[in-house]
Ligand binder design. Sequence first.
Ligand code: C2O
Ligand code: CU
Length: 507
Amino acid sequence: MRTALKLFAAVVTTVVLFLGGFAAYIAWSFSKASIDTIGKVDFDRPLVIPPLAPSSVDTQGVRTFNLSMQAGETDLGRGGPTRTWGFNGAFLGPTLRATRGEQVRVNVTNRVGETSTVHWHGMHLPAAMDGGPHQPIAPGATWSPHWQVDQPAATLWYHPHPHGETAKHVYRGLAGLFIIDEANEVALPKTYGVDDFPVLVQDKAFDGNQLDDTHGLFQSAGILGDTVLVNGTPGPFLDVTTQRVRLRVVNGSNARVYRFHFDDKRAYAVVASDGGLLPNPVETNELLLSPGERAEIVVAVRPGERTVLQSTPPFADSNRFTGDTDRLDILELRGAAALRPSPAIPAVLAPAPDLADDPVAATRQITLNGSSTNFGKMDMGRVDIVARLDTTEVWAVTNSDGQVHNFHIHDVQFQVIRYAGASPPPVLAGWKDTVLIRPGESVELRMRFTDFADADSPYMFHCHLLRHEDQGLMGQFVVARQGEAVGGLHVDHPDDAATQVTTGHAH
Ligand code: C2O
Ligand code: CU
């Protein structure tokens, strides 16, 4: 009897402890789930400006860069060193810069001790040079992709893309900008580090001094950190010496959607999106940017003033477990006592995307849900879409999930034709490669597949919330010549099966 009582007491105690622990975990997750750093960040470090990567041009005119992926330690303001990864340094990477028309080569050496890849996000280039999951770089190996830059001036970026490991490799610090220039660009601030600045925004969570890459039970989007780094700088300020500055904002975060605005809600001009300049500048005081997306903004600063770039809840129906209720201080701009003049922002920036009247060769329906598309989870041996060279397609992409996703396509920049049941807003009027899709919403995208037919090398399309991508919310497409058979890879959904052919081929 006494033994039975003891046993009963022990069971009760265990159950109480377990329930208590679970309740405490829920309470902890809940408190952890909302972050508010507004007014709490000491902007006490000058914004680090990534160096421009050195390059050499050979007698054939090929511009060659060297990138070394390596591990190191970085001062991220934790009072001790943080173990990080970087290109040519301990954290992040230099800014690559090339001009439209140039031949480029990048020698990428992997010294991180794990197989990885380097993908040129936003670049129009052959699939074999794209740096997706099919171009692994083994530890110690060097991969040397080369291509001709042939697309409008734009702010692109580069980062690893090994299947299933992308979130981890990017989070540790492997990311950098790739800026494309063009002859005869319109007059905008364009002196790197003087009136034209990279602003690579990434949120990090810490466990002591080290990066914490765990995420809460309810954080299906992945890591959401309470420390926002800009170009790897915690608590950054930027001394502004000209009347206007151009900020090339890259959302290089794993999961976070930002709604960027200044503390005084001042208006600024959005002049470019993912694929380059917008047709016209868009004046706004806030801008949504989901992971992978870029925007170039031009903001005016008055002599001697300070203003803080912030992010506050991106959506009205905010969800605290996806970071949607977080309020963040990001970057302080400090106007010098006297500012040098800046050019006025031109009213016309670039030709608008022109695919709306193209004949449509195929219309694809793509659904994003959980960690798969309607084609299933990512399978490196399966091709989901076969696009034909020199045709224009419509991809109708639906987020049929209860959580935020976005949609990124390699190789091409697309035109947004419809956005959430309406004409796209002016900030989506330019070329894009990544687009935010809120729960239940759909977008209609149009893209033209020119160049680089290669039936054996797939390009990726995927959600750029990196945990979703790693878990399988990714698919593959190839660009093949008209009538060419697609061999090598197994094609689960040959174009005519996955497609309603709405009109004939484009030519
Ligand atoms: Cu920035 Cu497929 O990625
Ligand atoms: Cu997603």
